[in-house]
Ligand binder design. Structure first.
Ligand code: NAI
Ligand code: A1CAB
Length: 252
């Protein structure tokens, strides 16, 4: 399949690396040198084109610019795409339709793990393109199709922003280890191993049961867990998701 990726940034590079084996890619951007640096990082040859009346007629286009750049980017495109895929956070299909003409629209919300083909990507949009969208985004990890844009915006707050929240947990755990006397490098190795081991645990067990399995009566975990509850960790995460979701909504 021929695919055009617009906006040669981090998310575009992850997608291009995942998609280049099976698809013919054209990368579109404003700066020729940047486009060359981008394509040098790909294994196969990808075409490049400048964002200047770039013809998208009948093409599948993946929009990877920052949300604020939508209008400016759209001004550099002409024609009507077959499908417009967009990874722009908080940018609804109505806004995409106003900016770029296409037969079908699909929103995708990946995360930074796309770099290692381990993204959790949420998808929504025209049902006719559901299977195609799932196939494309499976090249960078797992996908979940949801029926509404509201669900995709909530998913943005959970799994799109999620790596930043887990990074805070990782850094704080390492800081705790260092505070008690561990070397920084050792504390980081422990946290890295902890996260690597946690993924298979979570896919086999409910979090509450995992916690019960770790917590011995009157033991270390119970003491630490009580401190997390006392400090409102659970409420803080719930509020983080609420605030991040609200940020995706149009400003009143
Ligand atoms: N970074 C992340 O973890 C995630 C990012 N996203 C979405 O991905 C999109 C891209 O984000 P990143 O790749 O992180 O950003 P980035 O800054 O690495 O890439 C954005 C690219 O767009 C280009 N660009 C900016 N203004 C432009 C314009 N007016 N015309 C043409 N190109 C323009 C930039 O040169 C850059 O190459 C954003 O819309 C963001 O909401 C979605 C999920 C996760
Ligand atoms: O912070 C943001 O707006 C983007 C969307 C999800 C992750 N990064």
């Amino acid at each position: 399949m021929k695919l055009t990726i617009v906006g040669p940034g981090k998310m575009a590079l992850a997608l291009a690396k995942g998609l280049e084996k099976e698809h013919e890619l054209t990368i579109v951007g404003r700066d020729g040198e940047k486009l060359l640096r981008f394509t040098k990082q790909l294994g196969k040859h990808a075409k490049t084109a400048l964002l200047d009346k770039y013809e998208i007629d009948g093409q599948s286009v993946i929009l990877c610019v920052k949300p604020y750049a939508l209008k400016e980017t759209a001004a550099g495109l002409k024609g009507k795409a077959e499908t417009l895929y967009s990874v722009l956070a908080g940018t609804g299909i109505a806004a995409l339709k106003k900016a770029v003409k296409a037969e079908n629209y699909v929103r995708a919300m990946p995360n930074l793990a796309a770099e290692f083909f381990s993204s959790m990507t949420t998808l929504t949009g025209d049902g006719a393109k559901k299977e195609e969208a799932e196939r494309l985004f499976t090249s960078i990890g797992q996908t979940l199709w949801v029926e509404t844009e509201k669900e995709l915006d909530i998913a943005t707050a959970v799994a799109g922003s999620g790596p930043a929240y887990l990074a805070l947990v990782a850094e704080a755990l390492a800081d705790g280890g260092v505070k008690e006397g561990l070397k920084r490098a050792d504390a980081m190795k422990l946290v890295e191993g902890l996260f690597a081991g946690f993924a298979p645990l979570l896919s086999h067990s409910h979090p509450a049961l995992l916690k019960d399995g770790v917590m011995s009566p009157g033991g270390t975990t119970a003491a630490g867990y009580a401190a997390l509850e006392k400090n409102g960790t659970r409420a803080a995460f719930i509020e983080a998701v609420e605030k991040a979701y609200r940020r995706t909504l149009p400003k009143a």
